[in-house]
Design a protein around this ligand. Sequence first.
Ligand code: ADP
Ligand code: XUL
Length: 543
Amino acid sequence: MSDVPDILSETIPRKSYFLGLDFSTQQLKAVVVDEKLEVLHEAAVNFDRNLPEYRTSGGVKKNGSTVTAPTVMWVKALDLLMDQLKITGLDFQDISAISGSGQQHGSVYWRKGVQNLLPTLDPTKFLFLQLANCFSIQDSPVWMDSSTHSYCETMEKKLGGPQRLADLTGSRAYERFTGHQIAKIVSEKAELYFNTERISLVSSFACSVFLGCYSPIDWSDASGMNLFDITLKDWDSQCLHMCAPDLKEKLGEPVATHTCLGPISNYFVERYSFDPSCQVVVFTGDNPASLAGMCLEPGDVAISLGTSDTVFLWLSGKPTPSLEGHVFCNPVDPEAYMALLCFKNGSLTRERIRDVFAHRSWDEFDALLACTPPGNHGHIGMYYDEQEITPKIQGTFRFNAFDQKVNTFEEAATEVRALVEGQLLAKRVHAEQLGFNIGESCRVFVTGGASNNRSILQILADVFNADVFTQDTANSSCLGSAYRAAHGLALKESGTFIPFNEFMANRRPNFTLLCRPRVEAAKLYDSMAARYATLESSILTHQ
Ligand code: ADP
Ligand code: XUL
């Protein structure tokens, strides 16, 4: 047990529950924890299945490289989720604080006049009916969008090159980053932009609904916009200027990610019997929230296998952003940073290969993995169904044991193993290129839908030559949001700053060791990683 004062029980002695939400790509999820931060309730609404009227696939709508989601669908999902939580027997009165997360980079456009409507929503009516006409742009651009290439080029050029932009904002220009999405809207739909009163990220949009007024954007999620100076922790006026007029007013002042913003709106008090003093802690991006949910420490690597696959690390000291990957402000330590790599072709590509080669069954997919050896007899595959982010490329590339390109693999099992090994080797190779050292004590923490799959995790352990752990319950972004709600409230009540990891010291979630590396396989993947890196560079030079 740690000897730090138990700030939560000192400041909030009564029975206290904390609600964490995650507005992710394919679903809206919620978790409720008690004062010991143990999970009491979970709920989820899947956009495609539970809200078919919006006709999304994987939670989004695609039109070429433009990818959006109907903003009001997220609101309706919240109506459904709140009703689901009620059915679990949850008494909303017991919730002392809430926080949440959202898929990063996506943006919401509130039309002029809505600031007067948000605090006065009618508690007898669903939210989605009242907010349906509140968005000047009905479909929110989301992180899968890659339609803003020319805006990216312009910003990098005007700012003195990609490295200069990375030094300032933590990343070179990326198509999905919100600044370029906004620039595209100003250029293509100027009248809609001028009819917009406020621009939120998915996280701050959801937070605004709970607050009953516009929520600020937090520093961590602001780092995914190419607009935010990650050192000064403020908008960069040159970047703002390049994207759109009057953008600063439309974005509002950014705040530290542990900020407690105030009480929940009257709508939730009246409709769901929340305590009027229940506090809302600013929402953040799903990856930063996941870092909090995993209680990550320096030296660990976290891998989320969700719609996108992400790799993230805690960065201490002065950040050195590079042309690959992203540096974000750390969500739980205002002095620190986090590094993130995002791979767009994650679960949806695994699902496609499963559907084609394994009769839509994960069991069959696992059986195919089991009947091929580590190293796949030298075959390597790279599957970028959508334009990949890390690295920027699209298409399918297969190589035989002699590094020759082939069009197909003969066996379904070879294809399935090539996909999984290729995806996991890419994570190792790119984490190493970011400067990450897979040391002796390296631990890998996994989360996301595919972290249920043991066969995939064994390959992950072998590729990283490290033990792989997972949390016993719940999705880590949701859980991280519930933890951040408790931390934010405790900081507010105590009036002092206690670091998150100290605050969590007595309440760390249970992690289960799922897979250990196998010596022979790990050795083999060492040389395969070097081969993978060379093949990847060769396809990038020849594209
Ligand atoms: P997100 O939060 O990005 O919406 P999740 O982290 O909930 O997504 O992951 C959803 C994905 O999990 C699904 O697309 C599905 O492909 C994947 N998944 C679920 N179960 C398994 C499994 N047993 N093996 C591999 N992938 C799985
Ligand atoms: C991160 C990214 C995705 C989204 C959706 O940069 O684009 O991981 O946050 O999960």
